[in-house]
Design a binder for this molecule. Structure first.
Ligand SMILES: Cc1ncc(COP(=O)(O)O)c(C=O)c1O
Length: 619
């Protein structure tokens, strides 16, 4: 908010709060300033929490509280909020409070996602520099299913600014956002109070109706209603007279001019049953934020561009489609208690991305550029970052070979882009333990292969095993080494760590070493660091599946990577059996060669906590 407007608004707060023309006394005595348009749109107040933006001296706020809403009124001006608090106290209204806040800023931590209704009315958008920012900020206040109700001067009528009575509507202010801002000067208040005001300048931003709707739609809110009205909330043209309905009517223009509009929107992003929500099935990855950050490389990288998230125009001969030059990353941005946003270890992903690129003969993107692209997208789509427990914005940076050529060689053209998807917990079970399917037909990676690169082909090769896992009620695949089929490597989308605790011994965190076939996970690295910081012994060493099943078993891996692959269950010898102390228990699926390894986190303290055996850490 500009200091000019705050100065103007604070001065008017002093004048209006005297109550000569504003109905301050009536409201204190039990009256209401609400008119029919907003009353009808706001609906049933019972049990609903309402955020009243741009509340000025709180007359509507107190009226809303009297209706039955629990209201938080917010205004730019500390003077206005001071008077609002005083008037509410004199009115004896308990269920309303006031805060000083700029409506173009996201909700403060304690107000984020807390409201059933976000309400703003009459003269709001004229002081808003950018409606995209305003709607996104408003959306951060709403809980899933919450509604935004906006009633404001129609942008067409706003062009009559300071116009004089005439047969035809005069036009003295711009209509398009790109034409603003402009300033106006009013020696006295629109309220009719005779005081000559010192802060008589206002800065205003015009917003065409299309721009308002686009901003609203891009905020992630769903538009549920737009209405236009042939009357105004104030005497916007001198010939207008106030009717018994509290609105100002024009004797001639009302037949052809919309003076007000109202817009209702719904916060559907995390609403049950809506396709915008990641949903009870956990991470579905089928919902995306509005934008995409892109760079293209031919002779060099083009500048970063932020564009709408629309389908890519890839040539059917794009080399990534045929020869698999496609790499990606995955990292998350989390809402913070102070309303900010933090990405988890982006430079680590940048470094891994560069290593993946090198392995697939693709150009390396400088780490700073990788992080800048992620930041740009996070800032642009900040309003779409969910703030609930376990929720975050999943960022997917990726690079594709885009040259149209069927020759088997590295492409000469690439696209680097970042898209984002609001997500819930990775697994539908939340943070609880998952069942794993131990794969013995296929290998995910071989020594000298692409196992430690994050490339599309690795994931394609893992899909039949994933399907087999899901068929058996398991959430993920536990991959074994390609040579012997005996050594635990990682899961299809996460590294593997286990807590080993033998009777009478301190717990130890063990994880397979990064020896070329395992992805260098950020979560793995963080976990190892944190464990060491907490005095837990950390060991990176080969883990035999047999050892997982029976902690007494320790083997050494064979040296040769070219050794023929054998199903692990033969190497492991006898079928797994429940163990009294150590790793995890197992649940055979009754086939002699396949076992589903059931891993769990014991919920009971005491004797069985040492079975808190192995678990995956989603990335
Ligand atoms: C194969 C594989 N391993 C491990 C991980 C975990 O990596 P991070 O902890 O960096 O998310 C992932 C994550 O995407 C993965 O796909």
């Amino acid at each position: 908010m500009t200091t000019t407007n705050v100065g103007y608004w604070s001065e008017l707060a002093e004048i209006h709060s005297r109550g000569d023309s504003y109905p301050v006394r009536q409201v204190i005595d039990g009256g209401s300033t609400l008119r029919s348009v907003e009353r009808d749109l706001l609906g049933d107040p019972a049990g609903r929490r309402l955020f009243h933006a741009h509340c000025h001296i709180g007359l509507d706020t107190v009226s809303l509280a009297r209706l039955g809403f629990t209201v938080t009124g917010a205004d730019y001006s500390p003077a206005a909020v001071h008077h609002a608090r005083r008037i509410a106290a004199e009115a004896g209204v308990q269920n309303c409070e006031f805060v000083v806040a700029d409506s173009s800023e996201p909700a403060a931590a304690e107000l984020a996602g807390a409201f059933d209704v976000y309400y703003a009315s009459y003269g709001v958008l004229a002081w808003v520099p950018d409606t995209n920012v305003w709607f996104r900020a408003a959306a951060t206040h709403l809980r899933p299913g919450g509604e935004l109700v906006l009633v404001d001067e129609h942008p067409y009528a706003a062009t009559f600014e300071g116009g004089v009575a005439s047969e035809q509507p005069p036009v003295s202010a711009p209509y398009w956002q790109s034409e603003g801002p402009y300033t106006t000067r009013n020696g006295t208040s629109y309220s009719g109070d005779p005081d000559v005001i010192a802060h008589d300048v206002q800065v205003k931003w015009p917003h065409a109706l299309g721009e308002i709707l686009t901003g609203a739609q891009r905020s992630g809110l769903r538009i549920t209603g737009l209405q236009e009205y042939p009357y105004s909330h104030y005497r916007s043209v001198p010939e207008m007279t106030e009717g018994t309905d509290g609105y100002h009517h024009h004797p001639r223009w009302s037949a052809s001019v919309p003076f007000l509009f109202s817009l209702t929107l719904r916060q559907e992003a995390w609403h049950d049953g809506d396709d915008y929500r990641p949903g009870p099935a956990g991470f579905r990855g089928a919902v995306f934020t509005d934008d995409v950050a892109t760079w293209r490389r031919g002779t060099g990288w083009t500048p970063l561009a932020l564009t709408a998230n629309v389908p890519l125009g890839l040539h059917p001969a794009a080399m990534s489609l045929h020869y698999g030059q496609a790499i990606f990353e995955g990292l998350k941005a989390y809402r913070q208690p102070d309303g900010g946003v933090a990405m988890f270890a982006p430079y680590r992903n940048a470094a891994r991305f560069a290593r993946s690129a090198a392995r697939l003969a693709m150009p390396e993107l400088p780490a700073d550029d990788f992080v800048a692209a992620c930041e740009t997208l996070v800032c642009a789509d900040a309003a779409q970052i969910p703030g609930g427990a376990g929720q975050s914005l999943y960022l997917r940076p990726f690079m594709l070979a885009t040259e149209a050529n069927l020759g088997v060689r590295a492409s000469d053209e690439y696209l680097f882009a970042v898209i984002a998807s609001p997500v819930d917990h990775f697994f539908s079970s939340g943070a609880a333990a998952i069942d794993l399917w131990c794969e013995n037909r296929h290998a995910r990676a071989t020594g000298g292969g692409t196992g430690e690169a994050k490339c599309a082909g690795n994931y394609a090769g893992s899909l039949p095993a994933k399907a087999a896992a899901v068929e058996r009620g398991c959430a993920e695949v536990l991959w074994l080494d390609a040579a012997e089929g005996a050594w635990v490597e990682e899961l299809s989308a996460m590294n593997f760590c286990a807590v080993r605790q033998l009777p009478g011994r301190a717990p130890e965190l063990v994880t397979p070493p990064l020896a070329g076939t395992i992805l260098h996970g950020s979560t793995r690295a963080a976990l190892l660091t944190l464990a060491a910081d907490h005095g837990i012994r950390v060991t990176e060493r080969p883990i035999a599946l047999a050892e997982l099943l029976d902690p007494g078993v320790r083997r050494s891996p064979r040296r040769s990577r070219a050794a023929p692959r054998r199903p692990w269950c033969r190497s492991a010898g006898s079928p797994p059996r429940p163990v009294a102390g150590g790793w995890a228990a197992t649940a055979p699926d009754r086939s002699p060669r396949r076992w589903a390894t059931r891993c769990w986190r014991s919920s009971s303290a005491g004797r069985r906590t040492h079975t808190d055996g192995c678990t995956g850490y989603p990335g």
